[in-house]
Design a protein around this ligand. Sequence first.
Ligand SMILES: [Zn+2]
Ligand SMILES: [Zn+2]
Length: 264
Amino acid sequence: MLFDIHNHCQYSCDSRMKLEEALAMARSLGLGIAVTEHWDYDYPTNPTAFIFDLKDYARRFAALRAREVHPFLFGLEIGMQPHIADENDAVAASQPFDVVLGAMHCIGRRDLYEPSCYEGRTRKEIIAEFLREAAECVAKHDNFDSFAHVDYMCRYWPYKGEEAQLYYEDEPDLFDMLLKTLIANDKPMEINTRRLDDEEARRALLGIYKRYRALGGRYCTLGSDAHYKEHIGRRLDIALALAKEAGLTPVYFKKRKMQVMELE
Ligand SMILES: [Zn+2]
Ligand SMILES: [Zn+2]
């Protein structure tokens, strides 16, 4: 079965999708899914925006899943920053999650979503800062399963045209540092489908995933990053084709254990 293990429901402050709706959608698509609510400690613009009642989430999820045969995985997307690695590791251990995604939403305690994050800096400086801090976060965090959306900042950064994508060739040495750190820590890379409608984004990402494979990385997870039920499973076909081209094996996680997807 195919698994989309990156989705947001009502505990993420930027999503209104109900757990029940996500489950119904997954069933109708014949798709295994994980719900991975946002958990971002010390968010720069609003320290508590992405914090919620974890016990309530766990309780409601367990109640839904108790009468369910369809694969419905309990997850979290943790916003990594170097200074909160220990707190993040503790949160990941605090509930019986199936899967925990490690995500970079901030660099230098600035929010990658905000235009001010990029002001007064060159694109090259931003990329170097991102890659260094991502490698540091991956090394410091001991409790996550897959590295989410390496191209997240391309959604929001101000660069256009030929500068709109993040390329391996932008900073090969720093990219190698991040990719080797992921590999040394047994972390798959997520293929996030949000930007896969863009041909140049696919080309740029393929270069990064191929390098990850060349350095010894073997596995990827797939995630639509849906915040609406209509987006669950979106472009997973393109993600699968990318995985195949890069030579990566698609996996998901159950009870924090890696499982290879059985695909026909
Ligand atoms: Zn994210
Ligand atoms: Zn997300």
